[in-house]
Write a protein that binds this ligand. Structure first.
Ligand code: SF4
Length: 220
């Protein structure tokens, strides 16, 4: 399928039944943030809260991501956030590489062709494997720049869901690594888009913003 603009793509995405994964999810999730942003974050796939609200990274992982982004002067409404895979796999299991590639080739690739970011942050292993290479390893490859098939430079860092599972020194170390990865991404993006404002005075309350979508998804 090909679409003439991002809105058209999103309307179709929200009713996608191209693979079996939609059967165990409330429905496909789309994106949040600014479609015109020079900075895009590509995560793995929706968790329970994201499935409920129909948008990526608004649950506990998203709230941790917001804090990490705030530490480098970025607000979620100023960037574009999406996922490789749009439907939540049963029991919240990690999607396979094949499931991720199938969904992303149908949706993410076109999505990013409309957004045309200047820098991409790959959050976690599934995004790294799709955007970089199938044998990529997040522990080895995070913090390294790589080229994507979109002609856009990308850097990978840990998914916040991984940080939420860590404790003690491992957590402190991983948080610093994420901080430096995000900082590198934002600095590079600022150099490419010097006039763009990455921070907002009023931080968005994403759960309130998407409450009506959640209510609609509950009714369907
Ligand atoms: S996972 Fe992707 S391809 Fe499969 S049904 Fe959901 S949106 Fe469609």
């Amino acid at each position: 399928m090909s679409f003439s603009n991002h809105d058209e793509l999103e309307q179709s995405l929200l009713t996608c039944e191209l693979c079996q994964l939609h059967k165990d999810a409330i429905g496909p999730t789309s994106y949040n943030g600014n479609v015109l942003s020079p900075l895009a974050i590509v995560g793995e796939g929706p968790g329970g809260v994201e499935d409920e609200y129909g948008v990526p990274l608004v649950g506990p992982s998203g709230q941790l991501l917001d804090k990490a982004l705030a530490s480098v002067g970025v607000s979620r409404d100023k960037i574009y956030t999406t996922n490789v895979i749009k439907c939540r796999p049963k029991n919240n299991r990690t999607p396979t590489i094949e499931e991720g590639a199938f969904c992303a080739q149908n949706w993410l690739d076109q999505e990013l062709s409309f957004v045309r970011p200047k820098i991409i942050i790959a959050l976690g292993s599934v995004a790294l494997k799709y955007l970089y290479r199938a044998d990529g390893r997040i522990t080895k490859d995070r913090g390294q720049w790589f080229d994507t098939k979109y002609g856009v430079a990308a850097i990978a860092t840990y998914h916040p869901a991984y940080l939420l599972r860590l404790t003690g020194k491992a957590l402190i170390k991983a948080k610093w690594e994420v901080f430096y990865d995000l900082k590198a991404a934002v600095e590079k993006c600022q150099a490419l888009a010097p006039d763009y404002q990455f921070d907002s005075v009023e931080k968005p309350d994403l759960l309130s913003m998407y409450a009506s979508r959640r209510d609609m998804r509950r009714q369907n």
